[in-house]
Design a protein around this ligand. Structure first.
Ligand SMILES: [Zn+2]
Length: 310
């Protein structure tokens, strides 16, 4: 493959309609099924869809990608991907690359997903308040310091801003302290976290069915941490967990997507050592110079807030 190389990579998360089995009354919005289908129609006019296998072979120098190649990727291994994405892709004879978390139902929800449920149930202000009430003096100090640090990046003058500010604080500086607090709040306000997570993430059977239907799978860590927040040994273990998990479903070498798009300089070396050939970021980019930092376009963002390539 030439360097730099051109590849349009779409990134998707939730694809759901209110009331369907993926949304399941959670109130957590996503990209509607109709918007997803419409975007595939639009992309098809300008692109040739390629599978992970074709990208893998091109990265290994065994073949070339067609011009205007487009790869469809899906993060977090949520039920939406079986229910809606897989059904639609199979109907169009397309393949997707799904970045799954190494998780079984006994592991519960990852922090970021607990936050989604709780923001939907309590509102940002309600969740903010409920957490604050449960923090001790030292934790409140830590919280306030983090709040000051992230305020410039996530100005809290809109609802989205406040949500992103709270997420940044909880997913980084307070992640260890709030994880059990969020689980408590989940049980109190929503119900059984174990039961919810059992329906929330793809089951082994669903992954196997999707794999038999031409879908491909890549790693997305075990606990979905910011890679620039945890240390090198923790990064190594997260990547190894992904290699062990994805290896059950997909022949290597594999692809990886950085949780939250968090980057660290040592990730390529760690990924390569565990059998990963490429890694995907959340940075908007169509031309790439490094197979371990391949940028992507956010499909949901483009469907609702912008146009393709403006
Ligand atoms: Zn993710």
């Amino acid at each position: 493959m030439n360097n730099p190389f051109e590849l349009t990579v779409m990134m998707y998360h939730y694809i759901r309609d209110p009331g369907d089995a993926a949304e399941a009354g959670s109130g957590i919005p996503g990209m509607s099924v109709a918007a997803f289908e419409m975007q595939l129609d639009e992309l098809a006019k300008q692109h040739r869809f390629v599978s992970w296998r074709e990208v893998q072979m091109a990265l290994q120098g065994q073949s070339n990608l067609p011009s205007s190649a487009c790869l469809l990727t899906f993060d977090d291994g949520v039920h939406d991907h079986y229910l809606n994405a897989f059904r639609i892709l199979r109907g169009r004879n397309l393949s997707g690359l799904f970045f799954i978390l190494d998780r079984t139902k006994d592991d519960g929800l990852v922090l970021g997903h607990k936050i989604h449920f709780l923001v939907s149930a309590l509102g940002v202000a309600g969740l903010w308040e409920a957490i604050w009430r449960r923090l001790n003096v030292a934790e409140r100090e830590r919280f306030t310091q983090a709040e000051t640090k992230y305020q410039r990046k996530y100005p809290a003058n809109s609802l989205d801003g406040r949500t992103n500010l709270l997420k940044a604080i909880l997913q980084r500086d307070l992640s260890v302290q709030v994880d059990p607090i969020l689980s408590d709040l989940f049980e109190k306000h929503i119900g059984s976290e174990r039961e919810t997570s059992g329906n929330y993430y793809l089951s082994i059977q669903q992954i196997q069915e999707m794999s038999a239907g031409g879908m491909h799978f890549g790693g997305h860590s075990r606990s979905h941490p910011w890679f620039d927040w945890i240390d090198a040994e923790a990064r190594r273990m997260e990547i190894q967990a992904s290699a062990d998990w994805v290896g059950q479903f997909e022949p290597g070498p594999w692809a990886f997507a950085y949780p939250y798009g968090g980057l660290s300089d040592d990730s390529p070396k760690l990924l390569q050592a565990q059998g990963f050939l490429a890694a995907f970021t959340t940075q908007t980019q169509l031309v790439h110079t490094d197979p371990y930092f391949i940028g992507r376009l956010d499909g949901e963002e483009m469907a609702y807030h912008g146009r393709l390539y403006d």
